[in-house]
Write a new protein. Structure first.
Length: 330
């Protein structure tokens, strides 16, 4: 049994190609003004035709492994959180395993949309705490550009590609920093239809007849998702704080899911958390679903936006519906 779990490395990777709001003006009936004012997004990254989700995940993994000073053989658990896997099966985590030669690892994927990275952290934390695993590689990775309808302005302006990762290790003596303190996770399956990909699975296989309806692309009732997101994220954030006996005043930095600046501001305003304590990078990357918090955590770490001793709150929300929060002591 281990006493606590520590984040011993962080990493991220975004593809080179930048797609700006102005670029989108040439693709759909939209404007930089509309996208910026409604979402805060200015540009997003798009993977190349030859890059799959596991390629993005592998690049992010290598950065975290270097940061944590571990090699593939040291890793005994790989979880990839994604809704854009390389294929239905095998798991994207198995492709990553091959790429980094982590021959000792147990590998699987988690599908919880934008909350997936925190769901994966929770599973890994428990496997480490009960002594079954020692060194976990947790990745949030998405190639959402492959499942967006590029003729639907309601959705195509929102999403981007990228990957972020952490290495979690056992802290036997409970004396290291970057510790996982508490978490709060949940789901509401009554809301499956407000954000989903209706076709391509067993319920609605893609056929030549329905292919032109693009049923294998993202569909979203934006307003409904927005309302739900604000309440669910706030509840999850407050629950994780309460479990550790803290309040929003104790938080040094919130790293929220990077979907929409207005959603983030609505939550932090209600919680009384000032702007300077909120980490935002959606301006550059858009919504990268399961990758978003993972990329933001790595950037916050590497740019020293979070520092030793800081209380850091991660909070996410996504399709399912799902929500999750994690409290960390950096
Ligand atoms: O990771 C979780 C995933 N999703 C989310 O977090 C999304 C949550 N929801 C949102 O962020 C917002 O609802 C959106 C940004 C998606 C939309 O903002 P909104 O203020 O709720 O706009 P709306 O959907 O109510 O649309 C308002 C108008 C509509 O036109 P009419 O009917 O008023 O004439 C839309 O057709 O804006 C139009 N519109 C656009 N106009 C220009 C929708 N998309 C665009 C666009 N460019 N890209």
């Amino acid at each position: 049994m281990s006493h606590s779990v520590t984040i011993s490395g962080t990493g991220s990777y975004v593809p080179e190609k930048v797609l700006t709001n102005h670029d989108l003006e040439a693709i759909v009936d939209t404007s930089d003004e509309w996208i910026s004012s409604r979402t805060g997004i200015k540009e997003r990254r798009i993977a190349s035709d030859t890059q799959s989700t596991s390629d993005l995940a592998t690049e992010a993994a290598k950065v975290a492994m270097k940061d944590a000073n571990v090699i593939g053989q040291d890793i005994d658990l790989i979880i990839v959180a994604t809704i854009s896997p390389d294929a239905f099966f095998p798991a994207t985590a198995c492709y990553v395993q091959k790429n980094i030669e982590a021959t000792n690892a147990l590998c699987f994927d988690v599908s919880a949309a934008c909350s997936g990275f925190l769901y994966a952290m929770q599973i890994a934390e428990n496997l480490i705490l009960n002594g079954q695993r020692k060194t976990a590689l947790i990745i949030g990775a998405e190639k959402l550009s492959s499942m967006v309808d590029w003729e639907d302005r309601n959705t195509c302006v929102l999403f981007g590609d990228g990957a972020g990762s952490v290495i979690l290790t056992a802290d036997e003596n409970n004396n290291k920093g970057r510790k996982l303190l508490s978490s709060s996770l949940g789901s509401d399956g009554r809301q499956t239809d407000i954000l989903h990909v209706p076709g391509g699975g067993s319920a609605c296989p893609i056929t030549p007849d329905n292919a032109d309806q693009k049923l294998n692309t993202i569909r979203m009732q934006g307003r409904e998702v927005y309302k739900y997101a604000v309440n669910a994220m706030r509840r999850a954030a407050e629950d994780a704080l309460q479990k550790y006996g803290l309040s929003s005043e104790d938080v040094d930095m919130v790293i929220p899911h990077q979907a929409n600046l207005r959603i983030i501001e609505a939550i932090t305003d209600r919680m009384g958390i000032p702007k300077e304590k909120t980490f935002i990078n959606l301006t550059k990357y858009g919504n990268t679903s399961a990758a978003a918090i993972a990329i933001a955590l790595d950037e916050a770490n590497k740019t020293k936006s979070i520092n030793e001793g800081d209380t850091v709150l991660l909070v996410a929300f996504g399709a399912g519906l799902t929500w999750a929060s994690y409290l960390l002591k950096w």
